[in-house]
Design a protein around this ligand. Structure first.
Ligand code: GUN
Length: 279
């Protein structure tokens, strides 16, 4: 079974669109997302454009603030401060990565946690660890929605997450843990990776290596969520999973493109609406 992220994300965005239309009918203020892009990284430019398009689709306001790579940390902190204070702005997102002369963590911590639609601020991270209500990173939330879409119950299941980033690996591990899965986080220093991933009822691939996981890494009947967004030898988009080799062995799998990627953007809209309601 293919888990169609394009379709599932469309449904989420349609639901949000209806909520925003209702706000408009009631004459209320419209939610607004501010996106900051520093530098000219082509991939980041595409991601930001897609986020703005999603805002247009659901009827939210958006602000794109693009600065060249020489923008200083002090200038960026001042910009974030002004957006924190701006009553019209509900969500603030700084597209990562930022140039090397900017301290990423300092930027994340400058964003008002209530407007932190990425869920990267330490106070939102703490809430996730404690399983308290807060803003949760979009990609991990999107993956939970995909499991919900196929009615997959994580309770008692073995989940193996390969990748330990703050954006994906760590938060998705916590979300699975909160659903009573037995969670293993594997990474570049894990010995016998194949032995670990072969135990997985749910394999979450987030290592950023094109087609790394072939069928020898995957248990028969597993569910595979592929977070990878890479280019293969023919410059074609592909995931961390060798889809063609794995597809006949699994219960369900997410394609790349059209899998986890679109979910991230839908959940960003959801987080922006959540920030709006919380304010
Ligand atoms: N760069 C890659 N993924 C993300 C994300 O989820 N949020 C932000 N802000 N930047 C990213």
């Amino acid at each position: 079974m293919l888990i169609n992220g394009k379709e599932i994300s469309k449904q989420i965005k349609e639901d949000i669109k209806k909520e925003v239309e209702l706000l408009k009918e009631e004459g209320k203020r419209i939610p607004c997302l501010a996106v900051i892009l520093i530098g000219e990284d082509p991939a980041s430019q595409v991601y930001v454009r897609n986020k703005i398009r999603a805002c247009e689709f659901v009827g939210m306001k958006s602000m794109t603030i693009s600065k060249d790579a020489s923008f200083t940390q002090e200038e960026l902190l001042a910009l974030i401060d002004s957006l924190n204070k701006n009553e019209e702005v509900d969500g603030i997102l700084v597209q990562l990565p930022v140039p090397d002369h900017i301290d990423e963590q300092a930027i994340i911590e400058a964003i008002d946690p209530i407007k932190d639609v990425d869920g990267f601020h330490p106070s939102n991270v703490a809430k996730l660890v404690l399983n308290e209500d807060g803003l949760v990173p979009c990609t991990p939330q999107g993956m939970m929605c995909m499991l919900d879409a196929i009615n997959y119950d994580l309770d008692g299941k073995e989940v193996v997450v390969v990748g330990r980033s703050n954006i994906v690996g760590k938060p998705v591990s916590l979300l699975c843990l909160h659903r009573n899965a037995t969670v293993t986080i594997a990474h570049s220093h894990t010995g016998n990776l194949r032995d670990v991933t072969k135990r997985a009822d749910v394999l979450i691939a987030a290592i950023g290596k094109p087609k790394f996981f072939d069928s020898s890494y995957v248990k028969e009947g597993a569910v595979v969520l592929d977070v990878g967004m890479n280019r293969d030898e023919n410059n074609k988009l592909c995931g961390d999973v060798d889809f063609d080799d794995v597809v006949d062995k699994v219960q369900a799998i997410t394609p790349v493109p059209g899998g986890v990627g679109p979910m991230t953007i839908a959940l960003l809209m959801s987080n922006t609406l959540k920030s709006y309601k919380a304010r």
